[in-house]
Design a protein around this ligand. Structure first.
Ligand code: GDP
Length: 204
């Protein structure tokens, strides 16, 4: 088991993991959550964001992390790693559990200021990505889109894929990112800070 504070890095500290709604810790600092399909590259990008190789687990086993992880970045921001969705081999009851946990978090979290939805640069926007983005709109939670693994695309594919993603999600600016080259990390931080600086849903 990881203990709070065990993964301190550049001010980013693992605070808690919640596998069920009743284990979600009280939210004090403004929170920005990261969400995406299993294997989209969320752990890698999170590690890159905080400048650490293994703060969030990187895995070739999609669907493994089924809990919400909270990482404090100084006193003023909490990055929240939502469990990956859309892994076909995850049995239905587990998918239901995912839904219950993530919906409980997204619906009730006063500290939540925004969500970064990660979309795989090679796969484009999945049905589940679209469903999540629609759901966030209903909840009036701001979101931005990070297009992951952009380094894997050839120059010609890159423009085409980015255009297709922007066409599928016209209301959202898509930020091309790579956990390998670091592309987009600065732009993503700008968006995260902007969202965190916006009004959270809780009482002021
Ligand atoms: P998660 O399941 O969404 O947390 O995805 P991971 O971060 O575990 O990444 C899944 C796989 O994609 C791993 O093999 C990573 O090494 C690889 N990966 C993640 N991000 C990138 C990236 O930006 N570029 C490349 N080339 N590979 C990546």
């Amino acid at each position: 088991m990881r203990s709070p504070g065990a993964a301190a890095s550049r001010g980013a500290v693992f605070v808690a993991g919640a596998a069920s709604p009743d284990r979600i810790p009280a939210g004090k600092a403004p929170e920005v959550a990261l969400a995406g399909r299993s294997n989209v590259g969320k752990s890698s990008l999170l590690n890159r964001l905080v400048g650490r190789r293994s703060l969030a687990r990187v895995s070739n086993t999609p669907g493994r992390t089924q809990q919400i992880n909270f990482f404090a970045v100084g006193d003023a921001l909490m990055l929240v790693d939502l469990p990956g969705y859309g892994f076909a081999r995850v049995p239905l009851p587990l998918k239901e559990e995912w839904r219950r946990l993530v919906e409980a978090y997204l619906q009730d979290r006063d500290a939540l200021c925004g969500v970064v939805v990660l979309v795989d640069g090679r796969r484009g926007v999945s049905q589940e990505d679209g469903d999540l983005i629609d759901y966030l709109a209903v909840l009036e939670v701001p979101c931005c889109v990070a297009v992951t693994k952009i380094d894997k695309l050839k120059r010609s594919e890159r423009g085409q894929q980015l255009r297709a993603i922007e066409e599928a999600l016209p209301a959202h600016h898509a930020i091309p990112c790579s956990a390998v080259t670091g592309e987009g990390v600065g732009a993503l931080w700008d968006h995260i800070h902007r969202m965190a600086g916006g009004r959270a849903r809780g009482p002021s």
